[in-house]
Design a protein around this ligand. Structure first.
Ligand SMILES: C[S@@+](CC[C@H](N)C(=O)[O-])C[C@H]1O[C@@H](n2cnc3c(N)ncnc32)[C@H](O)[C@@H]1O
Length: 318
């Protein structure tokens, strides 16, 4: 059954009534965000921010149902999050809300966030200030405006802080690297995973998520490129392992890069049941992941075989 996430009322009021966000799906324009102006940032905030919020609220919600993972975080009073290509940060606030709801000892969250678009980052910064007051935990955020195009830029991200992260993520952004030939001839998902994995704490997890349709010029589905890249990393480096979707834990060494898609719905004042179609992988240190998976049955069918994995239904705005 499809999951419908209700976007928080106070946040709805803030983005639509105070920040004048606009709900207007523009699938053709939203494929490239690094150079978009302030007006488009308002459209991104009103249309795609709630979807991003719902995606991580849903994904981390599912993950926190794993009682071993829940236990591993439940005693933490502080968490560190790294977001690579954060945009306006919907995925940060979705993650914060579900973590805050489930982890009663959580008192402080620190976020390091990188993105090329300064207008998007401004919204993220102001939202984080409001969030602190709204949910009553200490949120500190360090947003950095950086267009990533060289190895040095990636090193700068990693060397930026000495922090180890419980959550590192990059959501719906790496397709833009593919479209703009940033690091051409390399699998961008593998490259970014190799870059970010060393920043994880021993109980940290890396989430890579992206759109589930086909790249318009290369003609390959993003989830297939993602699964190829992640599996190639896991074949060559046995210090890491997939945790979620659960089937990947069991099939990552047999899978040669399947298609996958999940669907999340979000309802807010401007749209009921707005849909996100995404693909994602979560990986972490092998010992940690194996411990987390002790409570998970091995009876998982591969996501690619579920009815949601429907290539003939590409990502659309509605
Ligand atoms: C579709 S938005 C996703 C934003 C956010 N992660 C989310 O899930 O809502 C993609 C983001 O990637 C950023 N981006 C794309 N290419 C980039 C690059 N080469 N360096 C830094 N940021 C980039 C864009 O500025 C944009 O904010």
């Amino acid at each position: 059954m499809a999951t419908i996430i209700q976007f928080p009322k106070w946040l709805d009021n803030l983005i639509f009534n105070e920040y004048n966000a606009i709900y207007e799906p523009r699938p053709g324009d939203v494929t490239s965000n690094a150079d978009k102006n302030f007006d488009f940032a308002k459209l991104y905030l009103g249309t795609y921010f709630p979807r991003s919020y719902a995606e991580t609220y849903y994904i981390f919600g599912r993950l926190l149902e794993n009682k071993n993972y829940f236990q591993s975080l439940n005693d933490c009073s502080e968490l560190n999050i790294l977001d690579f290509c954060c945009g306006t940060g919907g995925e940060i606030f979705g993650a914060i809300d579900i973590l805050h709801e489930r982890l009663r000892n959580l008192k402080r969250i620190h976020i390091d966030a990188f993105d090329a678009n300064s207008d998007y980052i401004k919204f993220l910064f102001h939202l984080s200030q409001k969030y602190r007051d709204a949910i009553g935990i200490n949120i500190s955020i360090n947003p950095q405006c950086l267009y990533i195009e060289t190895e040095q830029n990636l090193l700068d991200v990693v060397n930026y802080t000495n922090t180890l992260y419980q959550i590192a993520m990059s959501c719906k952004a790496l397709n833009e690297f593919i479209q703009h030939d940033v690091f051409p001839n390399e699998n961008i998902y593998e490259k970014i995973a190799r870059t970010l994995l060393p920043t994880l704490d021993k109980n940290g997890l890396l989430l890579l998520s992206d759109l589930s349709h086909k790249d318009p010029t290369k003609g390959i589905y993003y989830p297939v490129i993602m699964n190829n890249g992640i599996n190639s990393l896991l074949h060559t480096d046995n210090s890491y392992k997939s945790i979620y979707p659960y089937p990947c834990f069991f099939y990552e060494h047999h899978c040669h890069g399947c298609y996958m898609q999940d669907q999340v719905y979000v309802s807010h004042s401007r749209c009921t049941k707005d849909i996100s179609k995404i693909a994602y992988r979560i990986i972490g240190n092998v010992d940690f992941v194996k411990k987390m998976m002790l409570c998970v049955s091995s009876q998982h069918i591969c996501k690619a075989n579920t009815p949601y994995a429907d290539k003939s239904s590409p990502y659309q705005s509605k």
